[in-house]
Design a protein around this ligand. Structure first.
Ligand SMILES: [Zn+2]
Length: 148
């Protein structure tokens, strides 16, 4: 696309040279034909600029989406680093909050399926803690104990 822009600039220079060398101007037709050529090149260039603008807009939008994706990925990585894999008495695996990140209250668990899909979802204990159910995907995990 750059060669077309250069061609338009070159044509403008040619027209300037023709006008400057007025003595060598053979006829009005020469000037008219040079002007028509420049006009055509400028129209081509205008189309190119519009096309550049469209692709620039598409790229800018894509960058914004990627930045958003990266930001949520970073947030997820920060969040998941507060958990570790934990084997329940039943032999099933869940993520459990690391002791250093436990706040007041009991340790809690998050869903491994949801975590592998990039989001954090809490398990809720049901049946006196005999099972855990994911808030999001409803995955049901047997704890193997009543007190987890
Ligand atoms: Zn889940």
């Amino acid at each position: 696309m750059i060669p077309e822009i250069n061609a338009a600039i070159q044509s403008a220079k040619v027209l300037k040279d023709i006008i400057n060398a007025h003595k060598e101007l053979r006829s009005y037709n020469d000037l008219s034909s040079a002007a028509a050529e420049i006009n055509s090149k400028l129209i081509d260039t205008q189309h190119l600029v519009l096309s550049y603008q469209a692709s620039h807009k598409a790229l800018t939008d894509r960058i914004a989406k990627l930045e958003e994706k990266l930001s949520s990925k970073e947030k997820f990585n920060r969040e998941i680093s507060r958990y570790k894999l934990h084997k329940l008495k039943s032999g099933m695996f869940v993520y459990i909050i690391k002791p250093e990140h436990e706040k007041i209250g009991e340790p809690h668990y998050i869903c491994t399926d949801c975590a592998s899909n990039g989001h954090i979802s809490l398990f809720q204990p049901v049946l006196n803690g005999a099972r855990l159910v994911c808030d999001s995907c409803k995955k049901n995990v047997i704890t193997g104990s009543r007190d987890r």
